[in-house]
Each structure stands twice: as C-alpha cells, then as structure tokens.
Design a protein around this ligand. Structure first.
Ligand code: PLP
Length: 400
C-alpha cells in the first residue's frame, strides 16, 4: 500500500478539473455539452511569440537557464513593471517560474510554517487555499459578499489579522468574481497593514490587462509604495498573451524573499523552460496590440453574458469590472424542484442540474469559498456563449 503524506490529506484536486472531466465524460457518451468551466483564454498564442521560441530553440537556447530566469526575461520584466506599473525593481528582485502558480508555491514554501495564518478574501481562486495547506499553514478565508462588490473591506481585514497572520492575498481583478480594487480601496487596506508589520501581501495581478468599460489598472505596490518591502507582486504571461501552456509566471519583491524562493525553485525544477522564457521576452517586449484585441473580445462577451443572464428570473449578475469570468448568483433557485422531483439545495446542485439538463458546464461557487453562485468562463466564442445562455435560460425555466 502506498502511504500518502499527511500534509496532502486536506488538499483537494482542482474542482475546475473535476467539472472539465464530467463535461468530457458526457461528451464521450455523445452528449453535446458546452464547457464554460475553463480558466484559460481560448485564443492561440500570437505567431510572433511562437516564432521567437522557435528561433531560440534553433539558436541552441535549449539548455538549463539560471534558476531565477534568464537575464533577458528578467530585464523584460523589470521594463514591464517600470513602463506599465510605474514600479522600480532591479533584476535581483525578479523571479521567473513555471507559471504564476509556481511563484505562489515557491513563496509559500519559502515562508509558511505550521500555524501561520494566510488571509484569503472569498470568493478566491481555490489554489491559494490548497498551497497554504500544503505547507501546514492555516488559510483564513474572509467572506466578501456581493453587496460589497466582492471586495475586502478594511474593517474585515482588521478583524481577520492576528499575531499569527503571515500573508494577505489580494487578487484584483479577481478570479472568480472579476472584482477590482480602486486605488483608494487599496490605500485603505494599506492603512490597516501599517499597524501590522508581520503581514506580507501577495498581490496576484495576472488579470491586469483584462479590464472593462475603460478601467485602468494600478498595482497594489504602486498604490502603497511605503509597503513595497513586504509586497510580492505576482503576474505572468498566461492570461494576457494566451500562453497558458508555456508555463511562465513572474514575481517582483524584496530581494531576501526572492532569494529564498530561488532556493525552493532550484530544488523543485532547476528553473523554467528556456524556450518558453524566450517566448515570454517576445510577448513582453513586442507590440502590445494583441493584448487589446483579446481585451475587446472579452468585453463583447462579458456584455453579452451579463445582458442575457440578467433577464433570467432567479439569477443575479453584476457586470464584472475585469478578468474573464462572470460570478452568477443563484440563491433564488435553491428550494426549487427539477422535473425529476429533486430539490436544489446548493450551488453544487444547481451546477449539476445545469450540466445534466442544460448541457452547460460551469463551476460551483463552493469551489471559490462563496455560495450560492456559479462561475461562467467567458473564454468561449460569442456563438457558444449565446447557445449556453439559451440553455441556462431554458433549464432554469423548467424548474418548479
Ligand atoms: N492566479 C489566478 C488568479 C488565476 O486564476 C490563475 C489561473 O487560473 C493563475 C494565477 C495561474 O496562472 P499561471 O498559468 O501563470 O500559473
């Protein structure tokens, strides 16, 4: 019998993967399911980025790179932070990893000890919780209800901080709600943090380019410059450049923390992929018009889904300010009965019903720590999203 380490006992396999697998299984059985579960852009990586990786491989860029990332990519990231975010870092304050996910893993491995608490505003990307648990930390979810636009309030933050608090996670714009903190809201959180020097901030800014209605992005590190020595900014190329499969994320932060994260990474992977780093240099340093093209496509899809689902009695939806998800409230469906006589008692039931009756796969709010909601990914064509909204509307109309 294989003995699995105790530290994995609380870590759950990704719910997103489970939803995708359920949808795939139905498809294999011949059922036409529309999968709105996935969290990655449906676009292909732009050709110049692929060409840069190809050229790098042909030029012999096929060896181990420095663990911290190539000098070229770290320079490109330094330039990106300077020009897009008004942040000044040296290359020694930058770490390149196999995705933003690995950046977060490295950071928790480097800093979290059993008993340390990590504040995670809910709804959250479930990975945050599981990585903290993996290192014996205690995730402290703080509910951020729809009435507060799914945003962490300074009062809720202050109430959650204890002497054991090690980190506050921020994710603006957010997966799954799209919620976005404005500068004043970030500064109000910063004001609370000034009284608690033991708390570091992990600001996951991976959706910074996917903003709607003319909004502009400010990094938490730029909004609260005096806290820079305890802020780890996390970002990556997956979402902005449709590069999820290349696995390149990056971080900027205090050198001592980056150094410790390099130590973790040196024994985990030796370093990120050489050709993927060449591709990321091309993405960050090349023409940026593709980012705006993707953004406009997401804006059209967001507008479509919000206007369609707002008309479905029993569902509530507010236009998300950013990211490519809609977080749809389904409180009014609880207690309703399916044609088979089953009563819907949770968002997981609603999601199961939408899958089997509506043939649409979405993710239950339970996976993100705030119910009753479900998350729809906007990473599908307008035709698919229109058909999915039709199906959701029809399925909800059939409930008694
Ligand atoms: N952060 C958030 C909030 C995400 O939603 C995701 C992916 O879904 C990631 C990070 C992971 O990005 P990467 O592909 O760079 O690991």
């Amino acid at each position: 019998m294989i003995k699995i380490a105790e530290r994995l006992s609380q870590v759950k396999p990704s719910v997103m993967m489970q939803v995708s697998m359920a949808a795939r299984k139905l498809r294999a059985d011949g059922v036409d399911v529309l999968d709105l579960g996935m969290g990655e852009p449906d676009f292909d990586t732009p050709r110049p980025i692929i060409d840069a990786a190809h050229a790098a491989a042909l030029a012999g860029d096929t060896h181990y790179t420095p663990t911290q990332g190539t000098a070229a990519l770290r320079q490109a990231v330094v330039r990106k932070f300077a020009t897009e975010n008004g942040l000044t870092y040296t290359p020694d304050q930058i770490l390149i990893a196999a995705g933003a996910k690995q950046v977060i893993f490295d950071a928790m491995a480097a800093t979290v000890e059993p008993g340390d608490e990590v504040i995670i505003p809910a709804p959250y990307w479930g990975t945050y919780l599981d990585i903290v648990l993996m290192f014996g930390g205690t995730p402290v979810p703080v509910a951020c209800p729809a009435e507060d636009d799914f945003l962490l309030s300074p009062a809720a933050l202050a109430a959650a901080i204890t002497p054991q608090t090690r980190w506050l996670f921020l994710n603006s714009p957010s997966n799954p709600s799209g919620a976005m903190l404005d500068v004043a809201q970030m500064q109000a959180l910063g004001q609370v943090l000034r009284d608690h020097p033991q708390v570091m901030v992990l600001s996951d800014e991976i959706y910074e380019h996917i903003l709607y209605d003319g909004r502009r992005f400010t990094s938490f590190a730029a909004a609260c410059p005096d806290l820079a020595d305890r802020v780890l900014v996390v970002n990556g190329v997956s979402k902005a450049y449709a590069m999820t499969g290349w696995r390149i994320g990056y971080a900027a932060g205090p050198e001592a923390l980056i150094k410790a994260m390099i130590t973790v990474q040196s024994q985990a992977t030796s370093g990120p992929s050489s050709v993927s780093q060449a591709a990321a240099v091309a993405a960050l340093s090349g023409p940026q018009d593709v980012v705006e093209t993707f953004r406009q496509a997401f804006q059209a899809r967001r507008d479509l889904v919000v206007s369609r689902l707002a008309q479905v009695p029993g569902l509530t939806i507010a236009p998300p300010p950013g990211a490519f998800y809609a977080y749809v409230g389904c409180q009014a469906l609880l207690g309703r009965r399916t044609a088979q006589g089953d009563v819907l008692t949770s968002d997981a039931d609603v999601v199961q019903y939408l899958l089997t009756t509506g043939r649409v796969a979405v993710v239950p709010g339970a996976a993100f720590g705030l119910s009753p909601f479900f998350r729809i990914s906007l990473a599908s064509s307008t035709e698919v999203l229109t058909a999915a909204c039709d199906r959701i509307q029809q399925a909800v109309a059939q409930l008694c």
